[in-house]
Design a protein around this ligand. Structure first.
Ligand code: NAP
Length: 269
């Protein structure tokens, strides 16, 4: 049986084990997936164990950058993002990947949102999740990407299409897409929203990478104004299925992610 695990500092609310259990159930493959909580001083020991005994690893907060020195190789995407969320064990060689980029592009497709030649706004752009979202948006062909931070001064634009601004700059900004990569609005702070309702109402589509609650205040405001909206759950499923594609060395139909997403949504209701 194949053995996989997710490593992170606190994993109490993680849905990863559920998603991979559903993956094994849907595909009929025999595999186990564990959650491993650890402090940073145990990372070297865990990485040696993974090299000897696991077929693959997922990595979450706060180790997506910290694992890089333990790897033998990085995929192009992981190198561009500067973070690893999936590790492939190829006969004892550890290869780092980043499947959050694919997860976000799959979420856009799932939500029927196209950003090619459009303008996008990214909230919380200095954070970890945003690095993958930024890479995906640039790859998807945005013409302008506004990166929003509470402290934008002195930050370097990663691409000529990007500029850093603070939240005040959003008051008069209309865009095709706004993506929330801040934790604002996440359970239990469900009444909080990262931007005022009037700003949400100026966007053609809004993606909240948060998936708990199912509809954040931000999404509620945007939907009320007629915008297309989608939460982050499909991204979580799609990045996990992409990790399995890497581990299994094959590609799956989109229907597999759709089935896992529907079953997961039902389970967590
Ligand atoms: P993070 O690093 O803690 O926060 C991201 C950024 O948000 C920070 O760098 C900060 O930027 C801004 N921020 C933090 N607290 C804020 C506040 N109170 N008000 C305004 N801005 C604030 O988090 P992360 O790990 O990147 O995750 C961000 C979100 O993405 C989480 O909600 C998580 O659930 C979601 N996520 C979803 C998926 C998925 O698959 N759907 C995957 C990963 C993460 P500034 O200080 O520059 O303003």
């Amino acid at each position: 049986m194949q053995g996989y695990a997710l490593i992170g500092h606190r994993l109490g609310h993680s849905l990863s084990m559920d998603i991979h259990r559903l993956f094994f159930d849907e595909t009929g493959l025999a595999g186990g997936y564990d959650l491993i909580e650890l402090d940073e001083d145990r990372l070297p020991e865990l990485m040696s164990f993974a090299r000897r005994s696991l077929d693959g690893l997922n990595v979450t907060i706060p180790y997506k950058r910290a694992v890089i020195p333990f790897l033998d190789e990085l995929s192009d995407t992981a190198r561009r993002v500067g973070a690893v969320n999936t590790i492939e064990n190829r006969d004892g060689r550890l290869i780092g990947h980043n499947t959050d980029v694919h997860g976000f592009s799959a979420l856009l497709e799932f939500g029927g949102i196209s950003v090619r030649d459009g303008c996008a706004v990214l909230l919380g752009a200095s954070g970890g999740a945003a690095r993958a979202v930024m890479t995906a948006l640039l790859d998807e062909g945005v013409s302008r990407l506004t990166l929003v931070s509470r402290n934008p001064n002195g930050r370097r634009a990663p691409d000529p299409r990007c500029e850093w601004v603070n939240y005040a700059a959003l008051n008069d900004m209309h865009a095709d897409l706004l993506v929330n990569c801040t934790p604002v609005g996440m359970y239990p702070n469900v009444h909080a929203t990262p931007v005022p309702e009037a700003v949400a109402a100026q966007m053609g589509a809004v993606v909240d990478t948060i998936y708990n609650p199912e509809e954040t205040m931000l999404l509620r405001h945007a939907k009320k104004a007629g915008a297309r909206t989608v939460n982050g759950l499909y991204m979580l499923v799609a990045q996990a299925v992409r990790a399995q594609e890497i581990w299994q060395g094959c590609a799956y139909e989109r229907a597999l992610s759709d089935h896992i997403y529907e079953r997961l949504k039902e389970e967590i209701k």
